[in-house]
Design a protein around this ligand. Sequence first.
Ligand code: NCD
Length: 306
Amino acid sequence: MRSLINILDLSTGEIDELIAVAEDIIADPAKYSEACRGKKLATLFFEPSTRTRLSFEAAMYELGGNVLSVSSGASSSAAKGESVADTAKTVSCYADIIAMRHPKEGAPYVASVNASIPVINAGDGGHNHPTQTLADLLTIHREKGRFENLTVGLCGDLKFGRTVHSLIEAMSRYEGVRFVLISPEELKVPSYVKKDVLARNGIPYVQTEDMESVMPELDILYMTRVQRERFFNEEDYLRLKDSYILTPKKLQNARTDLSIMHPLPRVNEISVAIDDDPRACYFKQVLNGKYMRMALILKLLKEAGR
Ligand code: NCD
């Protein structure tokens, strides 16, 4: 059974196909409005979410399908001690496809090997978030018209930020991509990402704490929130939370065609004064995420023969 656990489960060719389908949905949504009639998506969210869960649900409704939803661990049998494996087997009896978010790294993978329907990882702990990456990739494609030859700045919590890890994996497959990793010492990209993804593929990168000095080089600036829920103590969070706040002044030396991205939710990392800057793409990412999730649901249901 084909699932989506890691962004590398999709080839670059398949990503191109998903983008083409998403563009077709954008151009002619009516054509897809009955595509999933009678099908059910189960959204199993054991961690807070606004965008990802609602975007999966909106995606399924716009395909004419239905949604079954668990919106917190506390309201499900997980609170009684049910295993992820048993939950996956159970939900396979009710639904055609699952989107799962879980605080434990690897939980959606465990679900996928126990379910008899496709499972989509909607975020597992500080590990991966492949469907946010699909949203990011459609945004980059629409803004830049290419994935190759881009300098991608990633800023903020690069240690716990799962969207960062998945985006690095995805972008590492394109020619001429270079990363500028901007974070405090304590929140650097984990060494497994540097070793297994960047070094293994010979991808050039620099690490810095200083956002302004690298600003002129960037084609993309991907800001992230400091992931409070993954910290072991509140003191460290409070010390690090406002490490980077993007303001109009800090953009003075930025390229005129910079794309400013953020997976959201934003806390303080981007001043609201930037929202009207034509380079701000973060609300476009939200919309693009819905279209890519529609394309993904269609693909996985088709491959599962459902
Ligand atoms: C991200 C996540 O859940 O990892 N949010 C999202 O799904 N768009 C980023 C975050 O929570 O900071």
